[in-house]
Design a protein around this ligand. Structure first.
Ligand code: C2E
Ligand code: CA
Ligand code: CA
Ligand code: CA
Length: 279
């Protein structure tokens, strides 16, 4: 099944690139997807590298399309960013994921955190901070259990605003993380100006971490830099035991990737946690 879904992903992206009317059609359908309840969230765990335990989850959106099946975010998030729908979709993701993780924490008596991807368009919108505040109030999730993942694109395009907004989030007690770190253009200089908690090293560096000396040097440098700035480091896209062991050896704090778990619907997460609890 997993094979299938990745094949599908390739199929849709090719279709969209080559076929303008297909893109228009999808965009029109996207307008109704929220109202029609067609979005769903998958959750991928974060593993504490020292305790070897699940400490949180990242929310990853999918579109359950009535005819096409599950469409991955790489296909429709860029469309939603283009046409402004991303704000509504992002609000939905934030609220739904906070609600689900609060339920999960109640059920298992834990303090799992939820990490939510935030598009630049969403982050810089006027009422974003207010929305975060009201979502925490509405769902009852503790601020410290919410992490927002922004990308370097968000930070470099809006430096002054980003500094301000990150400070406000920090005051709320919400955690923030720079996603896909190392792929964008954010100068290391700015990193120290930002009130953030976590650097998330992009999968592309992790892929060849074992075999490629340059990538190993980059990863080591990011980890050292992060720790000297009191930031946590997450490695994403960890697929092998080899990578996991080596990342632990260089003191990477959190690990995430197919080696540990794929993104799964909440009901699968609950089943897994129940199994773990019985052991
Ligand atoms: P991302 O935030 O960098 O998320 C990581 C992506 O890599 C996810 O793809 C995840 O399923 C995949 N992944 C995780 N571990 C592994 C691994 O070990 N190997 C490989 N090959 N892949 C792995 P996904 O779910 O298709 O999401 C793609 C991108 O879509 C995300 O990249 C993020 O930028 C965006 N996205 C997803 N959900 C949301 C959302 O709710 N809001 C916004 N704004 N963007 C989202
Ligand atoms: Ca992410
Ligand atoms: Ca990422
Ligand atoms: Ca990435």
């Amino acid at each position: 099944v997993k094979r299938n879904s990745s094949n599908k992903m390739a199929f849709y992206s090719i279709n969209i690139d080559n076929n303008i009317s297909e893109k228009k059609r999808l965009e029109n359908q996207l307008q109704n997807a929220l109202a029609e309840n067609q979005f769903t969230l998958y959750y991928q765990s974060f593993i504490d590298s020292r305790k070897e335990k699940i400490v949180g989850f990242e929310a990853l959106i999918r579109w359950q399309h009535p005819e096409k099946g599950l469409i991955p975010p790489g296909v429709f998030i860029p469309l939603a960013e283009e046409n402004g729908l991303i704000k509504e979709i992002g609000d939905w993701v934030l609220e739904e994921s906070c609600r689900e993780i609060k339920k999960l924490n109640n059920r298992f008596n834990r303090n799992y955190f939820i990490s939510v991807n935030v598009s630049p368009e969403q982050f810089i919108s006027q009422d974003f901070i207010k929305k975060v505040k009201s979502t925490l109030q509405k769902t009852g999730l503790k601020a410290e259990n919410l992490e927002l993942e922004i990308t370097e694109r968000t930070t470099v395009e809006n430096i002054d605003y980003t500094v301000k907004a990150l400070n406000q989030l920090q005051e709320l007690g919400v955690k923030t993380s720079i996603d896909d770190f190392g792929t964008g253009y954010s100068s290391l200089n700015y990193i120290k100006e930002f009130a953030i908690n976590t650097l998330k090293i992009d999968k592309s560096f992790i892929d060849e971490f074992i075999t490629d000396n340059n990538n190993r040097a980059i990863v080591n440098t990011i980890i050292t830099l992060a720790h000297s700035l009191n930031l946590e480091v997450v490695a994403e896209g960890v697929e092998t035991i080899n990578q996991a062991e080596k990342l632990k050896a260089v003191d990477c704090d959190l690990l995430q990737g197919y080696y540990y778990s794929h993104p799964e619907p909440i009901k699968n997460i609950i089943t897994e946690l129940e199994k773990l609890n019985q052991q």
